[in-house]
Design a protein around this ligand. Structure first.
Ligand code: C2E
Ligand code: C2E
Ligand code: C2E
Length: 89
């Protein structure tokens, strides 16, 4: 069944993030930079994040997780498969 599938990977496209206007991208860019710093992962073109991080980002952006997910996909910074991480909740 669908419920038994593993959750999708959540992958932030750091190059695309750099081309999103700063007033939109700022909180996500700071969050991603913090994770990169904590991991010592500085050279990637993309960054895999935790499922919990999407919920945290929704609080930061004052949006529901599903609305934020759609925004990030529209900006081109989140893989569309990420929709599956929120629709089932
Ligand atoms: P932590 O959560 O105590 O994790 C310690 C180490 O366990 C991590 O060191 C990493 O080697 C491993 N680890 C934990 N969870 C995962 C996972 O889901 N996948 C993989 N591949 N490894 C995992 P690392 O990477 O140096 O991170 C150090 C600390 O930085 C972490 O301590 C955590 O506090 C923070 N951190 C790193 N990446 C993330 C992230 O994507 N989201 C959040 N919320 N915190 C992160
Ligand atoms: P994948 O998850 O499809 O990732 C494909 C490539 O995207 C990775 O190739 C890497 O170049 C990049 N990438 C994805 N997430 C990150 C990230 O958080 N930071 C950085 N710097 N790059 C990222 P790579 O490293 O050769 O890995 C190939 C495959 O090996 C991955 O495919 C995945 O299936 C597996 N893999 C690598 N690292 C981990 C890990 O920490 N945990 C698990 N479970 N699988 C991993
Ligand atoms: P991944 O490394 O393939 O891990 C897939 C899932 O396995 C994680 O989903 C988490 O539920 C579980 N997992 C893996 N390692 C650990 C661990 O050390 N402790 C715990 N409690 N659970 C673990 P999640 O959390 O949604 O993370 C998704 C992806 O984000 C990870 O895929 C990895 O690519 C990246 N990631 C998350 N946290 C860290 C971290 O602390 N350090 C690094 N280097 N990568 C992380």
């Amino acid at each position: 069944s669908a419920a038994a599938e593993p959750p999708p990977r959540l992958v932030i496209d750091l190059e695309r993030l750099g081309s999103v206007p700063a007033e939109k991208a700022g909180p996500l860019a700071r969050y991603a930079a913090t994770i990169q710093s904590q991991r010592g992962d500085y050279n990637g073109r993309v960054l895999s994040i935790r499922q919990d991080d999407l919920r945290t980002l929704a609080v930061i952006y004052d949006q529901s997780p599903s609305v934020l997910t759609e925004q990030l996909i529209t900006w081109g910074v989140l893989n569309p498969e990420a929709r599956r991480a929120v629709v089932e909740d």
